[in-house]
Design a protein around this ligand. Sequence first.
Ligand code: AR6
Length: 178
Amino acid sequence: MRTSSAVTVTLVRGDITRQSVDAVVNAANSSLLGGGGVDGAIHRRGGPEILAACRELRASKYGKGLRTGQAVATTAGKLDARWVVHTVGPVWSSAEDRSALLESCYREALRVAVELGARTIAFPAISTGIYGWPMDDGARIAVRTVLAEAAAPVEEVRFVLFDAHAYVEFEEALAAQA
Ligand code: AR6
């Protein structure tokens, strides 16, 4: 655990769809219409209301999709949360530094959560699955950005890590910030 001003950062090993928080962040893709990984799990457990809300966003403001690094909120459907904040991480590239886009995901998701009045927010390790980002670097970016950007009324930022490797990398990233 790490406290920065009024915000506590916690690490949990588990499934993000089982969390009881105000806002759950989804590692989505720009179509907003679902996929595998966290995205698939959120839509499966959250039910069709989330997809319906995403389709409405596609029909209104996001006709061309949500751009990488941006974030937008919908209902959380049947999840034990009030909102899902969808963000689109960058695909890892060894040829190009896309870190600013990954930082933007955490910053924009927090900004949307703050606007909604969320006090607790759960993040997955964005881009570190299907999008191939190395876990150690993804963890460093996540922890650094959240500690710098989290603001009231957010009180707790919870990173929900799916496996032991992710958990250890986030632990190390958090310790390095201490
Ligand atoms: N709870 C917490 N973490 C999870 C869960 C879960 N239920 N499931 C997977 N992870 P990914 P990305 C971890 O692939 O890399 C989708 O198809 C996983 O082990 O979900 O940003 C989207 O539609 C990994 O560490 O997201 C996009 O097309 C981390 O969550 C694309 O995948 C992120 O893995 C996005 O890829």
